[in-house]
Design a protein around this ligand. Structure first.
Ligand code: SAM
Length: 291
């Protein structure tokens, strides 16, 4: 069965009386080259466990199952479960979980899947083409919960992917760029123009791979202080750091001025010019290491 073919999507819709849900962001991939590219760049190995979020009718799931030891696919829409059972019936290394990924405990899944066929699992790769409104929350949930995965390969609205990839001094560099780059390095996978989806969404997409850092990118005395500084700095991105940071963690303008000086950062600079290292230096100057 050619799962990427629009004719297959129509057949399945008819056979199961399935209606696509706009609110669940059901736009299915129909371009084989792009599907192959996503799987290739996910760097899935035969000993790996793949957790796929939002399998739809299973195009990526089937392709991932060819490459992986095991695939666990988490799909919220119970109407898709019988369809997935049919489309993926030839694979014996796929488990489908009917649940909302935002309420799914990744650690519990991993706890139950330490081995594949008696062999310790190699890597853990997360894969997803999800509705746009949950892509950023799910990325941050995985990173903040420190799910011990190697990577997250994910389809995003092109503009959001650009924000995640951005470096200092660019218009789209912001709190999301700093937060994601603190946890991961970011690799471009492939562009996915809106024409390759059925039904066609309004915007183009980009697939990126987030390789979760094994070693921290910067040393922080206090992560909460770092994130508070990043949030405050970009909260009023047009203001100078001296102004945008005044009040953060209850600090006065004078205190912020001396902290900026201690971190060797010019107080008239704006948050959008600061590198990850500079944000780290700044937050470490606010919370100097004790002892
Ligand atoms: N992966 C398929 C593909 O590429 O053709 C389907 C992608 S479609 C954009 C998004 C899928 O995510 C849908 O199947 C939808 O039902 C599912 N989904 C939406 N919200 C979800 C959630 N909170 N948890 C799990 N799956 C969800």
């Amino acid at each position: 069965m050619k799962l990427y073919s629009p004719a297959t999507i129509n057949e399945l819709k008819k056979k199961y009386g399935f209606r696509l849900s706009k609110s669940l962001g059901q736009n299915f991939l129909t371009d084989k080259n792009i599907i192959d590219k996503i799987i290739e760049k996910s760097m899935i190995g035969k000993e790996d466990l793949v957790i796929e979020i939002g399998p739809g009718i299973g195009v990526l799931t089937a392709a991932a199952a060819e490459a992986a030891g095991k695939v666990i696919a988490v799909e919220i829409d119970r109407n898709l479960i019988p369809i997935l059972k049919e489309t993926l019936s030839e694979y014996d290394n796929i488990e489908i979980i009917n649940s909302d990924v935002l309420k799914t405990d990744f650690r519990e899944i991993l706890e139950q899947n330490r081995e594949i066929d008696g062999q310790k699992i190699g890597g853990i790769k997360i894969l997803g083409n999800l509705p746009y409104y949950i892509t950023t929350p799910i990325i941050m949930k995985i990173l903040e919960d420190r799910v011990p995965a190697d990577s997250i390969t994910i389809m995003l609205q092109k503009e959001v992917a650009d924000r995640i990839k951005a470096g200092p001094g660019t218009k789209v560099y912001g709190a999301l760029s700093v937060a994601v780059q603190y946890y991961c390095t970011v690799a471009h996978v492939v562009n996915a123009p809106k024409e390759i989806f059925v039904p066609q969404p309004k915007v183009d997409s980009t697939v990126i791979r987030l390789d979760i850092r094994k070693e921290k990118a910067v040393r922080l005395n206090d992560e909460a202080v770092f994130f508070a500084v990043v949030k405050a700095g970009f909260g009023q991105r047009r203001k100078t750091l001296l102004n945008s940071l005044t009040g953060v963690l209850g600090l006065s303008k004078e205190e912020i001025a001396s902290i900026l000086e201690a971190a060797s950062i010019d107080p008239v600079r704006r948050a959008e010019t600061l590198s990850l290292d500079e944000f780290a230096a700044l937050s470490n100057a606010i919370r100097p290491e004790i002892n």
